[in-house]
Design a protein around this ligand. Structure first.
Ligand code: DP6
Length: 362
């Protein structure tokens, strides 16, 4: 915490998390209590992160919020709710108002879980600034009432968000547990999604009959997935993760009016991954995808297969974009057995990353 005369300031950096088993549906909108447990991986801070600085001084007369350096006309209802909860818990009467400055290293509202990293960093910074009791569970609570999935970004490694009891999150395996696991995020389209997760999941609850059927499958999937993570069984891990992603998107499609987050490139990538996995003689899975509320796949892969997968991407999504060019492998693979169309220039960006150890105060 920095302290200039009477100005106190804390900065926290947090990364998005990607759900392996999706959260979709709230049984309590105000407190953001989920209908089902979910499981995620918190990403490394290296590439994608939100940085949030909260400051206070006696001269402040209201709360203010700057996003990417631009002052916002007002705070969102959820941000206001988080601040009200902080003041309710605070024992420090000196702190009345705060200034929030937040910045993301990646596009917001495009299915890359920016609200998770934004609210996790805000919650942790506020917990520290106000010196609140039980900092970890308090930060998790504050993050959750900001945006449900943010509760999982408060921890690093593999994280479970429980739908029972206090509905908080916990780390089930730390970052060191599966060091060979890598993530490759393919950004096909970074524009803002048409329907927010918040609105879409409410609509699903109201209209989808598949939704209840999905809920009845989640706990079993979570237990099996935890077991697969425990023994680092990539085949089982990959199958469960891909199936949950598809089930989630099927439920979105079953919503009325339907919510469609996947696009042509997403569907191409799904076919490509299955075709690529089939090329292994031992039928060992090499890659698994999952899609959040957007068209951009998060691909899980073990380190040993990264180069081959990058050369596959180079082959099918060859690009004039210099940044992408640098990242895709120099190895040219032979993919003649994969009978799918080439989608040149489909990619805006590729992010190579891994599991992270969680947020940090900087
Ligand atoms: C598809 O956490 O963005 O990413 O709680 O309304 O803020 P609110 O929704 P949000 O929903 C995320 C949904 C998801 C799946 C997941 O992250 O588990």
């Amino acid at each position: 915490m920095s302290d200039n005369s009477d100005c106190l300031s804390v900065t926290c950096q947090a990364s998005p998390n990607i759900a392996l088993i999706k959260y979709w549906g709230k049984r309590n909108e105000e407190l953001i209590l989920p209908d089902n447990d979910s499981l995620s991986i918190t990403l490394d801070l290296g590439e994608l992160h939100s940085d949030t600085t909260v400051s206070t001084s006696s001269s402040m007369t209201c709360d203010t919020f700057y996003f990417d350096g631009i002052q916002q006309t007002k705070l969102s209802k959820r941000m206001q709710k988080v601040l009200d909860e902080v003041r309710r818990r605070s024992k420090n009467d000196q702190i009345k108002f705060v200034e929030i400055r937040s910045h993301n290293t990646f596009p917001a509202s495009s299915g890359l879980a920016s609200s998770a990293s934004a609210y996790a960093s805000l919650a942790i910074a506020l917990t520290k600034l106000f010196n609140l009791e039980n900092p970890q569970s308090t930060a998790a609570y504050l993050a959750r009432i900001g945006s449900g999935s943010a509760v999982r970004s408060v921890y690093g490694g593999f994280v479970r968000w429980s739908s029972e009891g206090e509905c908080l999150s916990s780390c089930i395996y730390p970052v060191e547990h599966w060091p060979e696991l890598r993530l490759i995020i393919l950004i096909f389209n970074s524009s803002k999604k048409l329907v927010s997760s918040t609105d879409a999941m409410q609509r699903t609850r109201e209209t989808s009959t598949l939704f209840q059927a999905r809920l009845s499958t989640v706990n079993d999937k979570i237990e099996k997935l935890i077991q697969a993570i425990k023994i680092k069984d990539f085949n089982t891990f990959a199958k469960i993760v891909m199936m949950d992603s598809s089930q989630f998107h099927a439920v979105c499609m079953d919503t009325y009016p339907p919510v469609i987050y996947l696009n042509e490139q997403s569907k191409h990538l799904i076919d490509l991954v299955h075709a690529f996995n089939k090329t292994d003689e031992n039928e060992t899975m090499k890659v698994a995808y999952t899609f959040d509320a957007g068209p951009n796949p998060f691909c899980f892969i073990r380190e040993e297969h990264v180069d081959e997968f990058l050369s596959l991407l180079k082959h099918f999504y060859s690009s004039n974009n210099d940044n992408i060019h640098k990242q895709v492998s120099n190895i040219d693979g032979n993919f003649s057995s994969i009978n799918l169309p080439i989608m040149a220039n489909a990619l805006e960006r590729i992010v190579l990353t891994k599991i992270g150890s969680g947020p940090k105060i900087i």
